[in-house]
Design a protein around this ligand. Sequence first.
Ligand code: ADP
Ligand code: MG
Length: 314
Amino acid sequence: RAIVRDIDMLEEKNPSIQPKPTQEVDPTLFDKRFLRRIRDLGEGHFGKVELCQYDPREDRTGELVAVKSLKPENREEQSNNLSREIDILKALYHENIVKYKGICKEDGDQVVKLIMEYLPLGSLKEYLPRNKSKTSLSTLLNYCIQICKGMDYLGSRNYIHRDLAARNVLVENENMVKIGDFGLTKSIKDNEGYYTVKDDHDSPVFWYAPECLTLCKFYLASDVWSFGVTMYELITYCDPSKTPMTGFLDMIGRTHGQMTVIRLVKLLQEGKRLPRPDGCPVPVYELMRRCWEQVPERRISFSRLIEELNTLLQ
Ligand code: ADP
Ligand code: MG
């Protein structure tokens, strides 16, 4: 007892005796000095994503990573959202969700960037139009299953994505896709993202369920609706002339400007839906329609979608 006490006192007086913690480097902290920008990969509403090489040995052997930051004009208002996106992505582990690698801080921690794995084939929106000939309908349905698996996992963790669309699904290889982009748009302030919407190709309104448009309410079932629209995009191979927006505008007319959303809501309330795309088998279209039930409670679930899609593939 006395000896132990002596040792304690010795340690207190002489801290150098205490075992020093080994200097650990946090592999998720990327040093700005070694992050070399190669090119832009794309940009969305608030953020942009760049391809960079992380080269701490400075011999150009470093790995390629995708780096997401906020556009300068959105820094102030959106920085909490990027931080939230980082926290969400950090805690997600699923083969159909893009892998988080870490963060990079700049300007005395003022600016934070998200570092993710780099998927050279880009999003389905870029990939599908270029690779139509080698992508069969069953491959498309397999992508759908994988998206549902990622979404089912997300839902099991109590997250709602709110921006599911082909532009936010990344291609790992010709047989595998992953959901990317976790939610810069998810915290668009109520109404803001609704009334100020333009007839922009990527305007998310055409992916939104009625309750999102009218009440700004998002449920898990609202993601199911957006999944149905994403499925529509996949079946059209993301043909830029057949986007969900063109589909809806064909039905409501193109000259309504600010009225577009109101017309869209009315049209959906009347039970009208995007038409069956050319070449889309009826059972596949019927599955989309089950994602587009007016009432959220009546929509099919992601787990059921996985079952039904598997049945279609047999
Ligand atoms: P935003 O939130 O601004 O919409 P996204 O995360 O959707 O940003 O990224 C925008 C675009 O950048 C995507 O549509 C895709 O083309 C490209 N991109 C994003 N992440 C990656 C990645 N990890 N690998 C390759 N391309 C990517
Ligand atoms: Mg995006």
